[in-house]
Write a protein that binds this ligand. Structure first.
Ligand code: ARG
Length: 578
């Protein structure tokens, strides 16, 4: 038997049924029918299922079960499919041909990508994430944006896209007038060098209070802002120092989280382009005066109007984002731009996207938003978490992880224990965030994040380490045998289940990318390791007969590869021991 079907299997099987259906009923070609074949939700439904017959039957005014039967007859046999079933009102259940799965696994487990294609080759994606504001502490929304954005960044790169990760810093705006003025009056340079963000915040608060009581101060702050915008060297130099000092603090966090950007442009980078954007909107008749301000009416899109120039002539966040979309399209010709922020910016991006469309932007524009996360009492101040507190959260994670490592591996040298604790602690914090549907309210607890037996990073890291020790034991006991070339044999039901699961790695990665939901990948990894755990407890390994033993070891190595690769796509390390 030859392996004709390329992975991922769900794509291939969808194509198989869809093409058969279109051949048989050409009138369905341009109708909306969900031909997708997806992994079965329950084992009694086989390995894959397809629910297309119901909607196709409705369109053709046929009985769904008859239509399903006709469709399967028209499709004929597929080498990957051993057995088909029509269940209930017309569900199509497919059971894979075990011999085919074995062969597929043979070639898959020699591939470090586990059969994942590179559909992104030749395409560019701009990813806008993290994007904190200068002179202000990173709040929890920025942390989530950093962790989720970075996972989506890694996943898309893995799929072959050229990703431009841009940290769109909030480094421009009216607050800089008050900051520049206040800094000259109130700052403490020692404090500024030691804790720049805290000091800038303190200065800002004092300057703001003074502006409320003293009109002359407010006036002077406005003048500072104008100087900055007009490029006054002294104002620019001080502003630059605010940006650099803030970035230094942000970088500490990025380094601990293993996050890197291709660009750190910030809003200021677009400043000179803003008048041109306004001109373009005016020339195209898209903007008009309203009570002294300039607005874009978006009632056709059912959205409130977007102010693009304020009454005082100043530009705002929206103007900068319009300039940013245009500049990115021009410079990188991306197929899509993905923005990752908290839920409060949904309206903003709907407005920006609508205006971009009117300006002729054609690439996909996507806002990936997420909800709030509740953190343990006392970890973050009520005024929202600040940078120092985030560092404390990470410190705490590493401390707690160190206790786990010490208990599990008391024999390791202290330094190695600490390195592992770093990977486990940071991994736990990231995973706790990534494993949730981004759009739901997340409650963070240490118990869950660090659980050794639940849907957590340490659990998956531990599974990897355990498999590594199985491989070591094998090498010790059977030094002259080589498992890597032994054919995979799926004898036991649990063994077959594990094999089919392993084949689905690529599907999980592709789905997580398509939906921009890293939790689809964590769900897969968690499920894979659960199936593995049952497999490990049920079937003998080293005591199994020759050949069977090698097949099992090889399957284990494949699972470890999937877990390691999957976790690396989430920015989580896998130490060889825990
Ligand atoms: N700096 C903004 C904030 O803290 C987030 C920027 C998101 N990206 C963008 N292109 N608007 O809310």
């Amino acid at each position: 038997m030859t392996m004709t079907a390329p992975l991922p299997l769900s794509t291939e099987l969808s194509r198989w049924l869809r093409e058969a259906a279109w051949m048989r009923w050409p009138e369905l070609k341009d109708r909306d029918v969900p031909w997708d074949v997806v992994p079965a939700t329950r084992p009694e439904f086989g390995d894959y299922q397809c629910n297309a017959a119901m909607s196709a039957a409705k369109l053709l005014r046929r009985a769904p079960r008859d239509l399903a039967a006709e469709l399967l007859a028209a499709a004929g046999s597929h080498p990957a499919v051993g057995h088909v079933d029509i269940a209930g009102p017309g569900f199509i259940n497919l059971t894979l041909n075990t011999a085919w799965v074995e062969l597929a696994l043979d070639s898959l487990s020699a591939d470090p990508r586990l059969g994942t294609p590179r559909p992104g080759e030749g395409q560019t994606i701009v990813m806008d994430y993290s994007s904190p504001n200068v002179a202000k502490p990173m709040h929890i929304g920025h942390i989530r944006s950093t962790v989720i954005g970075n996972a989506l960044d890694r996943i898309h790169r893995f799929l072959g896209y050229r990703v431009i990760a841009d940290n769109h810093l909030g480094d421009w705006g009216t607050q800089f007038g008050l900051l520049l003025l206040g800094f000259r009056e109130f700052s403490n340079l020692t404090a500024y060098e030691a804790e720049p963000i805290e000091e800038l915040e303190r200065v800002y608060v004092l300057s703001y209070q003074r502006s409320q009581e003293d009109p002359a101060w407010l006036e002077a702050a406005r003048a500072e802002l104008v100087k900055l915008q007009q490029g006054d060297p002294a104002a620019r130099a001080l502003w630059r120092s605010f940006v650099d000092h803030s970035l230094r603090e942000f970088d500490k966090i990025y380094q601990r989280l293993g996050v890197q950007f291709d660009l750190v442009r910030g809003e200021s980078w677009y400043n000179d382009r803003l008048p041109g954007v306004i001109q373009r909107l005016l020339d195209l008749g898209l903007a008009r005066e309203s009570e002294g301000a300039l607005i874009v009416d978006l009632s056709d899109e059912g959205l409130p109007p977007c102010i693009v120039r304020k009454r005082d002539g100043g530009y705002n966040y929206a103007t900068t984002d319009i300039a940013t979309v245009l500049a990115r399209c021009e410079e990188f010709a991306p197929s899509s731009i993905i923005y990752v922020t908290d839920e409060r910016q949904q309206l903003h991006f709907r407005q920006i996207f609508a205006i971009a469309r009117r300006l002729g932007v054609q690439c996909e524009l996507r806002h990936v938003w997420f909800g709030l996360m509740r953190l343990p009492e006392g970890t973050f101040s009520t005024r929202q978490g600040n940078v120092i507190k985030l560092e404390r959260l990470l410190d705490e994670a590493e401390k707690r992880a160190l206790e786990i490592v010490r208990a599990n591996s008391p024999d390791l040298p202290e330094e190695q224990q600490r390195a592992i604790a770093r990977a486990v602690g940071i991994g736990a914090v990231k995973y706790a965030d990534l494993s949730q549907n981004p759009q739901s309210l997340v409650v963070f607890t240490w118990e869950k994040a660090l659980a050794m037996d639940g849907n957590s990073a340490p659990y998956l890291q531990y599974a990897c380490a355990r498999i590594a020790s199985v491989l070591d034991k094998y090498a010790e006991r059977f030094p002259d045998r080589d498992w890597a070339r032994a054919p995979i044999r799926l004898q036991e039901p649990i063994e077959r289940e594990l094999g089919v699961r392993l084949l689905q790695f690529a599907e999980a990665v592709l789905q997580a990318a398509a939906a921009c939901r890293p939790n689809l990948l964590t769900d897969y990894l968690y499920n894979l390791s659960q199936v593995y755990s049952r497999f490990y407890q049920t079937v003998p390994f080293l005591r199994a007969p020759d050949g069977v033993r090698e097949s099992r070891v090889r399957l284990s190595a494949g699972v470890a590869q999937a877990l390691r690769t999957g976790l690396s796509l989430l920015g989580i390390e896998t130490p060889s021991r825990i």
